[in-house]
Write a protein that binds this ligand. Structure first.
Ligand code: R5P
Length: 300
């Protein structure tokens, strides 16, 4: 990305925007936002837009943010931005990738198509891609780049819990566990999970010895915390010396944090893809590299 490019952001992500702007050599500029009493929103973009524009918006609590993206992207185009990149460290709606029941919206495809209609390029971190292989299948923008924070979480685990046993709480986590384990030769294994409802999962431990091991549960996302809590209880009951958690996206809905702690989890480390008190791994350098890769035409 050229030094002249603007990084648009909203006021609630100013700190993250400045970290990314510093790492990527961008000029941060805040979008003015007015929320009307009836819930509608008015945006005003800074006068900087006859140049490539990067928009930072992490998409936890996504619904109002999707309208903001619609208004901001269309306005940036109207003001003359020739190229628009969305940096969404957390990309919402990726888990609904098929219609599990007749008539269900396939949200991944719909939201992916919506973002494609607004942006030339989309960058995200560890999107929850389960039944599709690449981000481009879910978000068919001209450029769609998914980068992984698993190596960064692995580095943190190696520092805080050298020799840990990495455990993925379900089959989907295997991709991140494998990456992290490969980086520091961690022992690793993956549980089996059956989900019956938002707050109802049952987990089976893999056939590995956990007694007296320092275990770190690694996953892309914790939402209600039930997956992590269920795995932690089983691991501790099986004799694990400690259970910590490393997660890319700290969604932590409702009482998730208390639930995980109550299950015996000692430490929870997250990336700053979503701002949270547990953030321990900054992703700005990773995102800056991704912007450089896109500019160089490298696109996965
Ligand atoms: C699903 O496969 C994800 O990787 C997470 O395990 C899941 O979204 C966690 O959800 P929750 O925290 O609500 O159990």
């Amino acid at each position: 990305m050229t030094a002249a490019a603007t990084l648009l952001h909203f006021d609630d992500e100013t700190a993250a925007a400045h970290r990314l702007a510093d790492a990527a050599g961008l000029r941060p500029a805040c979008i003015e936002r007015h929320r009307f009493p009836d819930g509608e929103v008015r945006l005003r973009l800074p006068p900087v837009l006859a140049e490539p524009v990067v928009l930072l918006r992490t998409l936890d609590q996504p619904d109002p943010k999707l309208v903001e993206l619609l208004l901001a992207a269309r306005t940036a185009r109207a003001l003359g931005a020739p190229h628009l990149t969305l940096v969404a460290p957390y990309l919402a709606y990726m888990r609904q990738d098929i219609a599990f029941n007749p008539g269900e919206a396939v949200s991944q495809r719909i939201v992916g198509g919506f973002l494609t209609s607004l942006f030339d390029a989309v960058i995200t971190v560890d999107p929850h891609l389960h039944r599709v292989a690449t981000l481009h299948e879910a978000v068919p923008a001209r450029q769609a780049l998914a980068v992984s924070a698993a190596p960064l979480l692995a580095d943190l685990i190696a520092e805080r819990r050298p020799g840990a046993l990495l455990v993925g709480p379900d089959a989907e986590s295997a991709q991140w566990v494998a990456q992290a384990a490969a980086r520091h030769a961690f022992d690793h294994a993956v549980c089996t999970k059956v989900r019956r409802g938002d707050h109802d999962v049952s987990i089976e431990l893999p056939p590995v010895g956990v007694a007296r091991r320092a275990v770190v549960i690694l996953d892309d996302v914790a939402s209600t915390g039930h997956t992590v809590a269920g795995a932690a209880r089983l691991l501790l009951a099986a004799g694990a010396a400690s259970v910590d958690v490393a997660v890319t996206h700290a969604l932590f809905a409702g009482d998730a944090l208390a639930l995980m702690k109550g299950a015996g989890v000692s430490h929870i480390w997250s990336t700053d893809c979503i701002a949270h008190a547990t953030n321990a791994v900054p992703v700005a350098p990773l995102l800056a590299r991704a912007l450089g890769d896109l500019q160089a035409g490298r696109n996965t």
